[in-house]
Design a protein around this ligand. Structure first.
Ligand SMILES: Nc1ncnc2c1ncn2[C@@H]1O[C@H](COP(=O)(O)OP(=O)(O)OP(=O)(O)O)[C@@H](O)[C@H]1O
Ligand SMILES: [Mg+2]
Length: 476
């Protein structure tokens, strides 16, 4: 599926880090046996930690202190097979070598099927042990090489801090490269969290005015009067609270670029004012008759279908045409699944650094869950999932348990797979869908309403009613 998936044997997505010398934990209820095996390991050139307490060994696995455990099978309290199961549960990346005085081929196969790395007879033959541990060291070395290659790949596939290698994203990068030098207005289209703001920044960085300012304005976050004063500035006393005269973002970024996020949310009167900036590069501070010239490049972004908004009479056609002379559509994450493993690595590295953690990667089953998810919140949602898992995971590898609950029971990309399909009332589906979108938007109701294509007031009304009434009976 992708070249980043690491050796089939481990099946984990791993992240580059320094490879420690192999440290082996020796677990045996007989202290003399522990000491003897530790001596053998020392002679073979391996570090070791010995214990007779299975719980102590599990704690070391949990803390990531050991990645290989040699465990006796017959022990009071917890036997070797129970230990194997527990150890793999704690850290699916751990290697357990079982040792037994009652060796049989059938038992060996059964143990390996249950996840043991090897099954060796007692008394332990030194050359047999050496062979097994050498193979394991080789496998670690191979993993390290792969990790280095992967970090290299990650560096190569980062475009101004934007990670992507899918054909759809490469097309976006090429377009950005082509237009960044020459644009005056650009329209970025794409769903929430796809990376429009990152792309806008990269356009500015590659433009001839990259040394000048890049100002960001979220047009949906403010009422008209505030937005106008934010963009155009105001004169002292021009409205209640205007205690001083202030320039707006267009003046602030004069010579550089202004990023108008969520431009589709602006009112018609505000659109008329924006049109004037685009056509004449002129602005007027609120409360001032003076017309000022500005020389700014404009990057606008929207997650709405602006053409449909024009048809519905909610967006000025002339502004739409002016804004969209150059359009770049940023694809949703579900349209570029190839990018997911690379993004996971990127965010793992970012949050390992941020939280001073040393998480190596994801287990194969956790990767599978992430690849099956529909990602309504796109890259932002993926970033949140990885950051949260990095923070909470106590193991070397992030596993399914570390993922949010809604991902642990994936409902399939269409949220409607055969296995989980139930004949739910429409109201219930609506409720679940609204909840999922709200989760994806981290509870941001304005953004959720935009994604759902309903007005904010309808969403507020729905939430209010669903708080009051039992689930499934809410008329919306
Ligand atoms: N390709 C990518 N590589 C790395 N990080 C990314 C990528 N795409 C998005 N992100 C990260 O995801 C988050 C959301 O990205 P961004 O704010 O640019 O999305 P957006 O399209 O502007 O969303 P919205 O429409 O909700 O404003 C940010 O933290 C950003 O750094
Ligand atoms: Mg944005």
């Amino acid at each position: 599926m992708n070249t980043l998936t690491v050796p089939a044997k481990e099946g984990h997505l791993v992240l580059g880090s320094s490879e420690d010398a192999l440290t082996v934990c020796v677990l045996d209820d007989e202290q003399s046996m522990v000491e003897m095996l530790q001596e053998s390991l020392r002679c073979l050139g391996f570090n070791s930690i010995g214990t007779s307490d299975p719980q102590h060994a599990l704690d070391m696995v949990d803390q990531g202190r050991v990645r290989v455990v040699m465990s006796d099978i017959k022990m009071p309290g917890m036997d070797g097979l129970q230990f194997l199961e527990q150890a793999l549960h704690h850290d699916p990346g751990v290697y357990v070598i079982l040792m037994t005085g009652y060796y049989s081929l059938d038992n060996a196969i059964a143990a390996i099927k249950r996840g043991a790395y090897d099954y060796i007879p007692k008394p332990v033959d030194r050359s047999r042990l050496k062979k097994s541990l050498d193979e394991l060291s080789d496998s670690f070395r191979r993993r390290k090489r792969i990790r280095n290659l992967e970090s290299q790949l990650l560096n190569d596939q980062e475009f101004h801090g934007i990670v992507g290698r899918s054909p759809a994203m490469i097309e976006v990068f090429e377009m950005v490269r082509k237009v960044a030098r020459h644009y005056t207005n650009i329209l970025l289209i794409g769903a929430t969290g796809v990376g429009k703001e990152l792309i806008a920044k990269s356009i500015h960085q590659m433009s001839p005015v990259s040394q000048q300012r890049f100002a960001v304005c979220n047009c949906s976050a403010m009422v008209d009067t505030l937005l106008e004063s934010q963009l155009f500035g105001h004169m002292r006393g021009s409205f209640t609270g205007a205690t001083d005269t202030r320039p707006g973002l267009f003046e602030y970024a004069n010579g550089g670029a202004v990023f108008l996020d969520e431009v589709g949310e602006t009112s018609l009167p505000m659109q008329a004012k924006l049109l004037r900036v685009i056509q004449n590069r002129e602005i007027q501070r609120v409360g001032s008759p003076e017309v000022r010239k500005v020389d700014v490049r404009l990057i606008a972004a929207t997650n709405r279908d602006l053409r449909a908004e024009v048809l519905a009479g909610r967006f000025r056609e002339d502004l739409f045409y002016r804004l969209s002379t150059i359009q770049i559509r940023v694809p949703s994450l579900s349209e570029r699944l190839d990018d997911i493993p690379l993004l996971i690595q990127y965010f793992l590295k970012k949050y390992n650094d941020a939280y001073s953690k040393q998480i190596q990667g994801l287990t194969r089953r956790a990767q599978a869950v992430l690849l099956q998810h529909g990602w309504p919140g796109n890259v932002r949602e993926l970033e949140n999932v990885i950051s949260c898992a990095c923070l909470t995971s106590v193991n070397e590898f992030i596993d399914v348990d570390d993922l949010p609950e809604n991902l642990q029971k994936p409902s399939g990309r269409d949220g409607n797979s055969k296995d989980t399909w139930r004949p739910l009332p429409l109201e219930e589906i609506r409720r679940q869908h609204i909840r999922r979108v709200l989760d994806a938007c981290e509870g941001n109701r304005v953004r959720a309403a935009q994604l759902l294509g309903i007005g904010r007031t309808s969403l507020y009304r729905f939430l209010k009613r669903s708080e009051k009434k039992p689930v499934g009976t809410t008329p919306v």
